[in-house]
Write a protein that binds this ligand. Structure first.
Ligand SMILES: [Zn+2]
Length: 150
């Protein structure tokens, strides 16, 4: 596992759930995520970079500020990937994921309130079949990060 760098970049939080998850998400209201594998795409450009942001995502107790906070409050990400990059590439990652056969954006607007490229959402449901999602993101420079000791 690679430690999260304290520099800017993009990241994916991957959640794998065998059960439905029901969340109350700000203005979206009550949303239901069917069982499955989901990837949330974000970018970190504030103080502390990826490290500060990802450590926040991995902490269940926090003031809920972003849509994703409702999900990370309920569930710890199963896997975390990141790529250090000073440019904001998060929407490109959403496009990469949505191009996978069978990938969908089931909750319109989730995580994309301040998206500048009109993504349907920054939470993507990945196909149940492997769909090569991990190879696709690794090929483009994502690294799996150290985290996740409960
Ligand atoms: Zn976007």
């Amino acid at each position: 596992m690679t430690a999260f760098p304290a520099t800017p970049g993009d990241y994916l939080l991957v959640f794998e759930s065998g059960a439905e998850t029901v969340l109350t998400v700000g203005k979206l209201g009550t949303v239901t995520l069917p069982a499955g594998r989901y990837a949330y795409v974000g970018s970190a450009h504030g103080p502390g970079g990826l490290r500060a942001r990802l450590e926040r995502h991995l902490r269940p107790a926090k003031t809920q500020h972003w849509h994703i906070d409702a999900l990370t409050h309920e569930r710890r990400p199963d896997r975390v990937f990141f790529r250090a990059d000073p440019s904001r590439g998060e929407c490109a990652w959403v496009r990469v994921l949505l191009a996978l056969p069978g990938a969908t954006a089931p909750i319109r607007g989730f995580g994309s309130s301040d998206c500048r490229e009109r993504c349907p959402a920054h939470l993507v449901r990945l196909p149940d079949e492997a769909g090569n999602w991990e190879a696709r993101i690794r090929d483009r420079g994502m690294t799996e990060g150290g985290c996740c000791a409960a």
